[in-house]
Design a protein around this ligand. Sequence first.
Ligand SMILES: Nc1ncnc2c1ncn2[C@@H]1O[C@H](COP(=O)(O)OP(=O)(O)OP(=O)(O)O)[C@@H](O)[C@H]1O
Length: 269
Amino acid sequence: MTSTVPDAEQSNAPPARAVIDARDLVKRFDGNTAVAGMSLTLAAGEMVGLIGPNGAGKTTLFNLIAGSLKPTSGEIWIGGRDVSQESPEKRIGRGVGRTFQIPKPFLEMTVLENVLAGAQAQDGERLLANFLRPGHVRRQERLAIDKARTLLEFVTLSGLGAQPARVLSGGQRKLLELARILMADPQAILLDEPAAGVNPALLETIMDRVLDLNAQGKSILLIEHNMDMVTRLCTRVVAMALGKPLAEGTAAEVAANTDVISAYLGATA
Ligand SMILES: Nc1ncnc2c1ncn2[C@@H]1O[C@H](COP(=O)(O)OP(=O)(O)OP(=O)(O)O)[C@@H](O)[C@H]1O
């Protein structure tokens, strides 16, 4: 998507290499403060782990970055631009894709159709184009189907493309969701607990695919309770508790941090 305002015209621009820059975010829900002053950057090509006990505010932070929630205060910058007031769809167009803890595919649609649903729908333009340039639209649709098939192959689901999504296991639904968000060519990917409820064999596939995407240059922010996965994938780990940053470093450093250990013990007390 092209913009009429060059990035350099925006003041306070973060360093050019920050794909995502969350600044002093606060999110309150009726007296409950889920995010209480959280800042976090994701640089181009980085893979960062976001850990913290249940209720720390990790998913709420994802919702703020992806735009499904508006912050009470603070700002979200994506690719050097303040997007705090933009819709989730616009942020997808700016290159941010996100997955959910529990994927919710369209169960009666085929696996291939679910992937196609990740292509950025521009229905108004498409309707007009249907009248004015039907050949062009058909070509675009063919290209989208080819791309969806390639992505299904990437996530090892190509044999299931014609099946309804309801036949997929929990782990396969996570792989399907990954393929769906890749249809929009995200530069930054937010993964919310990709390992949760996934059998060990599929977990290896998910980890391999995430590593592949990072090797392709995509920046990845990973919420995960599975510390083995975080240790294997992430060069930098941020721990949060009570809606705030608590510690940052390598996975080993953060896991050994006494504040982090206390936060987890407190959460389970
Ligand atoms: N829509 C909402 N309305 C009210 N409170 C909410 C809402 N969403 C989240 N919260 C609260 O905000 C706090 C942070 O929740 P959040 O889901 O972000 O934590 P989390 O770190 O992702 O936890 P988990 O690891 O269990 O997924 C919790 O106390 C939660 O109950």
